[in-house]
Design a protein around this ligand. Sequence first.
Ligand SMILES: Nc1ncnc2c1ncn2[C@@H]1O[C@H](COP(=O)(O)OP(=O)(O)OP(=O)(O)O)[C@@H](O)[C@H]1O
Ligand SMILES: [Mg+2]
Length: 1107
Amino acid sequence: MAKMEVKTSLLDNMIGVGDMVLLEPLNEETFINNLKKRFDHNEIYTYIGSVVISVNPYRPLPIYSPEKVEEYRNRNFYELSPHIFALSDEAYRSLRDQDKDQCILITGESGAGKTEASKLVMSYVAAVCGKGAEVNQVKEQLLQSNPVLEAFGNAKTVRNDNSSRFGKYMDIEFDFKGDPLGGVISNYLLEKSRVVKQPRGERNFHVFYQLLSGASEELLGELKLERDFSKYNYLSLDSAKVNGVDDAANFRTVRNAMQIVGFMDHEAHAVLEVVAAVLKLGNIEFKPESRVNGLDESKIKDKNELKEICELTSIDQSVLERAFSFRTVEAKQEKVSTTLNVAQAYYARDALAKNLYSRLFSWLVNRINESIKAQTKVRKKVMGVLDIYGFEIFEDNSFEQFIINYCNEKLQQIFIELTLKEEQEEYVREDIEWTHIDYFNNAIICDLIENNTNGILAMLDEECLRPGTVTDETFLGKLNQICATHQHFESRMSKCSRFLNDTSLPHSCFRIQHYAGKVLYQVEGFVDKNNDLLYRDLSQAMWKAGHSLIKCLFPEGNPAKINLKRPPTAGSQFKASVATLMKNLQTKNPNYIRCIKPNDKKAACIFTEALVCHQIRYLGLLENVRVRRAGYAFRQAYEPCLERYKMLCKQTWPHWKGPARSGVEVLFNELEIPVEEYSFGRSKIFIRNPRTLFKLEDLRKQRLEDLATLIQKIYRGWKCRTHFLLMKKSQVVIAAWYRRYSQQKRYQQIKSSALVVQSYIRGWKARKILRELKHQKRCQEAATTIAAYWHGTQARRELKRLKEEARRKHAVAVIWAYWLGLKVRREYRKFFRANAGKKIYEFTLQRIVQKYFLEMKTKMPSLSPIDKNWPSRPYLFLDSTHKELKRIFHLWRCKKYREQFTDQKKLIYEEKLEASELFKDRKALYPSSVGQPFQGAYLEINKNPKYKKLKDAIEEKIIIAEVVNKINRANGKSTSRIFLLTNNNLLLADQKSGQIKSEVPLGDVTKVSMSSQNDGFFAVHLKEGSEAASKGDFLFSSDHLIEMATKLYRAALSQTRQKLNIEISDEFLVQFRQDKVCVKFIQGSQKNGSVPMCKRKNNRLLEVAVP
Ligand SMILES: Nc1ncnc2c1ncn2[C@@H]1O[C@H](COP(=O)(O)OP(=O)(O)OP(=O)(O)O)[C@@H](O)[C@H]1O
Ligand SMILES: [Mg+2]
């Protein structure tokens, strides 16, 4: 939410009155009381129109925070409670926005707070003006110039612990946007006498103490200084320490500030060297020395200090020593050297110290100016801030006080002039009649001092320039002569007899009635100080220094530029510079800050009325208020006035359409304010009496309360109405929605009801039609049914009739047939009676058999001999026929099957049949051989070239050629042998070589033995005594035992026509040479498959393990 702009006024929450112009009644007492009341409430600022009165609070107040800066930024002058920021803002904005150069004139006596005020103005302007790196650097340099100048130019006095001992006017330069560009500082006459001597309770310039307290041991060593203040004659000891001031910390601040302002390190060091040199100069002491010619001469007591100074400043020691002993006067190419006595030597020393220091100060200002100088040549807007030493009255007032007070006098004058002028001009501008107000014009005092012919300064100059003996007394005498009649000049010795008996006025003094009070000046030293003489020898000695800074401080010491003309006196220089300053100020728009010192104790919360009263008097503040109120206490532009009070009149509230002025006229008429109480200017309304304003304010306050109530009332009404309207609107919306909803619901109900009704009616109608249709259909169906029944009945009747008819016809035919049969039988009975039965029986039997065979023909089984199918028997009496037929058919189809066999196949089957007869149910091996065809020639001797020889040896047909295992009779181990069977012989040959090992004619084979088990082990028994039997019977094992045994049996049968004995037993005897060995078969392991394992157990037993 945007921040609401609250229009406030100076008049809001006022303590006392914020603007003295509004004070009622106006007199000194009320004025002071108002100030005191505000001071007690920490309101240290009060206005007199646009002038700000500032009462020194002597303690930090929380009213300068950044928040306060923001509060006063861009606000109208009278909008907030009085503040120095309001004035600064006003000045800055009119500079920026109206292009008017400004000056801030800060006046008040010493310790009233001028320097602080000037810093506050600068810091406010720095805070509100533009930002950015470059701008910030400029601001920082401008602000940091203060600590440097204060260190060198301020000192503790009895009136102020940080009293400015020089006048300072600083022009801050801005560009068209209001961003600071740079600045120029002018300084006015430093109180240099302080360097060598300080009044009781006061100090030398801060920098000396800061240097000694804050410098490091190293720096002190370089500067040949000691930390102890008491070592230096120029430093007063009684108030070397100031309460609440940390000199060491301030030294660091100053060095830091110097760095920020732009001093190079070597420059800062050179400055400190000069400061050290000044301090050490004070320690040079002289002693008298009588000369032969009777003239007094002085001599430096201890040259050590001089030596160190010379080392510091790189000056030839003898040159400086000589400069302290002689004075050379040059006139018209003549040089006269005179010796200096002790007093003159001290004078010369102090003059050198003062000059060195004050020139250093001026150099510092110039150096700072160089740094803060605006870098561009564009047109600049200027804000000048003047902070000059305040009016002061000491116990002993000398030339310096005279100068300072003169300056304040001039400032007071410019204040009077400008304020009055501005006031006058305003009335003229605004076309308002006004009556003159009496006030004290200090022009007469200024004239007493600065008048060119008989002013005090002019006379002093005259005295200084006059040839002959010139002393302060001669100067006083002159004053007594010329100023005697002046109202503001007082002197015991003046021609005017008024003061002859005034004991408060010593003879060596004169008194001036300044605007701020009477000040008694000691005339002693006036001439000297005005002359401000430095012996040429000294300035030349300084110029000769190797120290570049010191050299440049004394340009007149250059022998090439000897100027025999006297330099302008201090007084005339100051007068000229003040005149320039005044001229400068007059070209700018002035803003006044009048500082008031509330007490003499530099203490917070003490308000010494007498002291304040005195300041108010001499500052002419009451007159200021009176002038301001000359006829009209308050004025305000029409627009803000109308804006503030428009609520007091119906025509102007809340808006006035016409010009503001006529609005104010209407307003004032309506309020019946007496015509003499106000006056209309061109742009402002002028109110004569503050009471009228207060009445207006009261009315406004009352009206505001009423208005607040009214606004509250209207607001509440508006709020309720808005709420009501909202509710109403909402209600209408809700009602509309509800109606719509209920109508929608009702419509949907009606719609669904209509649908129900509709559907019922449609259903009813449909059912009616359906009923009719069904009725029609049923009628039709009934008719059809009836017709069908009818037709059925008719058909059945007809059928019945036809059946009846047919039955009757059949019966007739049967009867006829029977009748005919009977007739025929009766007729042929005589022919058939003997064999008719037999014939019928045979015929019937024949028919049945015929039928049986015909049916059998179709039911014949397949021609496979193993097909067991045979159709069932149809008639019991054909049972034997049927079986016979089956047998015949089977034989027939076996014959048919056999007829397909070739001779070879027949042979194989014969062999198979033979094997079956021999081994079936006797040897367990047999069944596995049935499926194996008997191949005979397993070993193809014909084809294998290895056996060519074997083949050639055998001429007969080979029946079996197969490899068998021949069991060794001795150990039961086996060796492979080719087993060959021919029609006549049994041959055994070596498997590898094919060489014939044994040949046994089949006639020599007597028996073949084998077990009943599933092994291929067999023995071939040979005829005893035959050739082949010499080694004994053979024992073989073969995979084709059945085939071999069968073929051997058949071959032997065809050879010998005798059946070979085949013995199947698990224990049989074999003849091995002479022994009969029993071969016994036992059930053994299956290790070698079907190959039996033979083991010779002993001579009589060979065990064959069969699987
Ligand atoms: N606005 C202020 N708030 C707090 N303390 C202040 C304020 N103004 C002045 N003082 C105090 O008063 C002392 C004196 O003020 P300042 O140095 O400004 O006086 P001055 O008018 O410049 O005196 P002089 O003419 O001797 O230079 C300051 O050192 C400070 O302690
Ligand atoms: Mg000051």
